[in-house]
Design a protein around this ligand. Structure first.
Ligand code: EPZ
Length: 432
């Protein structure tokens, strides 16, 4: 086992390139199950979650290969197997995104139900409701969702849950309906950029889906989809995490290959509390017409308190909540964070308090009394974004911070310590 070691107190200067988005990569890789021929996906990051999904796809008769140019080639070779087994699914909840494409293309899917995780219960009732509305027979047996249905039939599907829509549930229904018969309308579809990217991929592959980024998505079933070349969007959560790194310790960093409009709420909040963020060089165009840019993040490390509520896109993402919690722990005053997507997602609070933060968590709220400084100690990462928040806290803490259970960070950030080091942070891995 490895641990991350950080010597705090070094401001960040320089340029860093934002990688492709994990949460766009995973459903798009799964969508290749729907296609004939080979797809060449560019910008797929090197992450353990990507490796896990490759293993599941391999198990399902799909060949996946990293090419020397970094792209990932995906080709379906045989379509007999329809089972995503527990041993593979248990390590990554996003494995559920093979449910829709397996059912839509092979007429049957048997997918292990992902367990809960440290960010709270992770129900899949909306996924099941969605595919049932398309005519699938669904039963839950021995820990598996077993869904059957030869060509699915279009219908109106409402995807609202207690905390809004569902990102991967929307992806599953889109993929199940893409090769179905007739028109499916998803009412209250998730609008996240990663869902939009999946739709752009499918449309380029031959699907007929309109309403991209809107609450009503209209999917007109087609007979086949073809393998294509596609570049996935940059990771807005990785970009936001680097922005907070720049804001928490101060300095002047430039994020390359970002799409600013995916992060408007985060940039707006950071500007409100003291960071200076400028967007420049909107040059290259993504396939949905949004512009890639550079973001310049300057800060003197002085942060004002604020209130934050996480919301579905375009609100502040729940995947940025832990990082904001770390940042606001050194703000000059009291901040309140309300978590409206995963109300139990506060495992990082106790660890930040071990570093000297003063945060009280009650129900879905964190009340943060800003402290003048944090101090390094040994802390445990509980999930991906919690790991990121502890690394951010370590950058500004006095002395040495050691983060255990490091495997969480490699699920979603590629070589984070190398990239922070290149900006001037003192951060490295050691054997535990
Ligand atoms: C996606 O998870 C992301 N994962 C998560 O990122 C992200 O936090 C989440 O969306 C919200 O933005 C991937 O894209 C791989 P949801 P997903 O279904 O789709 C409730 C990260 O750190 N719900 O949109 O699984 C659910 O409990 C990860 O990168 C139901 O009630 O999340 C939650 O309260 C973590 N029934 C809310 O909806 C359902 O059937 C939103 O969850 C499904 C969800």
């Amino acid at each position: 086992m490895e641990k991350m070691v950080i010597e705090g107190g070094h401001p960040l200067y320089g340029r860093v390139k934002i990688n492709g988005a994990k949460n766009a990569a995973l459903p798009i890789m799964a969508a290749c199950l729907l296609t004939k021929g080979t797809s060449k996906l560019k910008g797929i990051p090197n992450l353990t979650d990507v490796t896990t999904l490759c293993k599941i796809l391999n198990h399902l008769g799909v060949v996946t290969e990293r090419r020397p140019d970094g792209s990932l080639e995906i080709a379906v070779k045989e379509e007999k197997n329809v089972t995503a087994p527990y041993d593979l699914v248990r390590t990554m909840r996003a494995s559920i995104c093979v449910l829709g494409p397996l059912l839509g293309k092979r007429g049957m899917a048997k997918v292990s139900i992902p367990g809960g995780c440290s960010i709270g219960p992770r129900p899949v009732n909306l996924h099941i409701k969605g595919i049932k509305s398309l005519g699938a027979q669904v039963k839950v047996k021995d820990g598996y969702i077993i869904a059957t249905g030869k060509r699915l039939k279009g219908n109106v599907v409402y995807l609202g849950g207690p905390y809004g829509s569902t990102v991967l549930g929307t992806c599953n229904v889109i993929m199940a309906a893409a090769l179905g018969e007739g028109r499916t309308i998803i009412d209250n579809a998730a609008c996240e950029p990663e869902v939009q990217d999946l739709v752009n991929f499918l449309n380029k592959a031959g699907a007929k889906i309109s309403g991209i980024g809107e609450k009503n998505l209209i999917i007109d079933g087609v007979d086949e989809l073809n393998g294509i070349e596609y570049e996935i969007i940059p990771d807005r959560i990785e970009a936001g995490t680097f922005m907070i790194a720049g804001a928490i310790i101060g300095g002047n960093i430039v994020l390359e290959n970002d799409i600013a409009c995916h992060l408007t709420s985060v940039v707006d909040k950071l500007q409100e509390i003291g960071a200076d963020i400028q967007i420049s060089n909107e040059n290259k165009e993504s396939c949905n017409g949004t512009k890639y840019c550079e973001c310049i993040v300057k800060s003197n490390g002085e942060i004002r308190p604020t209130n934050i509520t996480t919301l579905p896109y375009p609100g502040i993402p729940t995947d940025m909540q832990a990082q904001f919690t770390a940042l606001l722990s050194i703000a000059k005053g009291v901040s309140i964070i309300t978590e409206r997507i995963f109300p139990h997602r506060f495992m990082h609070v106790a660890e930040l308090n071990r570093m000297g933060a003063n945060i009280r968590n009650e129900a879905a709220i964190a009340i943060i009394n800003g402290v003048p400084s944090l101090s390094g100690t040994t802390v445990m990462a509980s999930d991906l974004r919690a790991s990121a928040s502890l690394i951010l806290a370590g950058l500004v803490a006095e002395g040495i911070t050691e983060i255990r259970r490091l495997y969480h960070i490699d699920r979603g950030y590629e070589r984070l310590e190398d990239r922070l080091s290149s900006l001037g942070a003192k951060i490295w891995r050691e054997k535990e």
